[in-house]
Design a protein around this ligand. Structure first.
Ligand code: ZN
Length: 87
């Protein structure tokens, strides 16, 4: 599930096409992960190339999944230990 974020159009290098293309930089879009049965919504940031349609992340982007694990810990008071936890 994704919420609408802020999109900025620009012209830049796409690592998928390996050339300069029209792209959008998306920030503050929300992504919901289901972690161990708990829905965790976190802000996401990524780039999308309009030529090939691929999304990609750079080192400057936050890792949404890592944020989701931290948020899970806040919600449940438990540390996420992997997919087989509590089973
Ligand atoms: Zn591309």
């Amino acid at each position: 599930m994704r919420g609408e974020g802020m999109r900025t159009a620009y012209f830049g290098f796409c690592p998928c096409c390996e050339k300069e293309t029209n792209q959008v930089h998306v920030v503050d879009e929300t992504t919901t992960f289901n972690i161990g049965g708990v829905d965790v919504t976190v802000p996401d940031e990524y780039y999308q190339c309009l030529a090939c349609g691929d999304n990609y992340w750079t080192g400057a982007c936050k890792d949404a999944l890592e944020l989701a694990y931290a948020e899970y810990e806040k919600i449940t008071g438990k540390k996420w230990k992997g997919i087989y936890h509590d089973k």
